[in-house]
Ligand binder design. Structure first.
Ligand SMILES: Nc1ncnc2c1ncn2[C@@H]1O[C@H](COP(=O)(O)OP(=O)(O)OP(=O)(O)O)[C@@H](O)[C@H]1O
Ligand SMILES: [Mg+2]
Length: 212
């Protein structure tokens, strides 16, 4: 049975596709990995995968709830781990997959608008947890710029929305843009810091899923 990772955020632009593509690309080095692009027709993850052309990474696009369910079922037997890139405002998709999901990764930037959207998502996850014992969820801070005010903002937010966070945090780095445009992961580019922070994040995800 495949481990299922849903990359979700109700607000657009928080970093879902960035997280999903880099994570899928890195996991595919070690595991039979599936990537489901459920944000069609935008198709960011599937564009990236097309550029990448990695035979080790299986990719399916899903345009509706039925197709998403079928994609999950198909990958369940052929993959060890599956990453789903969800669209913003994805309540109906989340309802479809929550019962099978192992880990919801919720990227957010240090901005009030992202935090408000995350509060709603955390409520959705909390409701789903009542009936799913395997479901875990983690905030993933993204696009961070170092500084005292960012640290204070994150600490206040984590306390107020009462959701667990990944220890690894992702900075605002051009390496993520470059990687997306070239079908790469940041670990395949030249920015050593980006690679280091992303490797730490992947290690954390593997631990959460007992994949290590
Ligand atoms: N850590 C980062 N550093 C620099 N740029 C980033 C980072 N994360 C994301 N971006 C950029 O921010 C933009 C939005 O990111 P992304 O497409 O991953 O978000 P999304 O949540 O998938 O958006 P949508 O809701 O539209 O699908 C993209 O241009 C992406 O390259
Ligand atoms: Mg996206």
């Amino acid at each position: 049975m495949a481990r299922l990772i849903a990359v979700a955020q109700l607000k657009g632009g928080a970093g879902k596709s960035t997280l999903a593509t880099n994570l899928a690309g890195e996991l595919a080095r070690e595991f039979r990995t599936g990537l489901i692009d459920a944000d069609m027709p935008q198709g960011t993850s599937s564009h990236w995968a097309e550029l990448r052309g990695d035979p080790e990474l299986q990719v399916i696009t899903a345009e509706n709830v039925t197709q998403l369910g079928a994609a999950v079922e198909q990958f369940d037997s052929s993959c060890d781990v599956v990453v789903i890139d969800l669209p913003p405002r994805s309540h109906k998709f989340l309802r479809e997959i929550m019962a099978y999901t192992d880990l919801v990764l919720m990227p957010l930037t240090a901005s009030p608008a992202d935090v408000w959207a995350t509060e709603q998502l955390v409520d959705v996850v909390r409701e789903a947890k009542k009936t799913s014992k395997r479901l875990k969820a983690r905030l993933v801070w993204n696009r961070l710029r170092p500084g005292k005010s960012t640290e204070v903002f994150m600490a206040t937010t984590a306390a107020s929305i009462r959701a667990k966070e990944c220890e690894s945090r992702l900075g605002q780095r051009n390496a993520y843009l470059d990687a997306m445009g070239h079908g790469r992961t940041v670990c395949e580019g030249r920015d050593a810091k980006a690679c280091e922070e992303f490797r730490a994040f992947v290690a954390e995800v593997k631990t959460q899923l007992k994949l290590a």
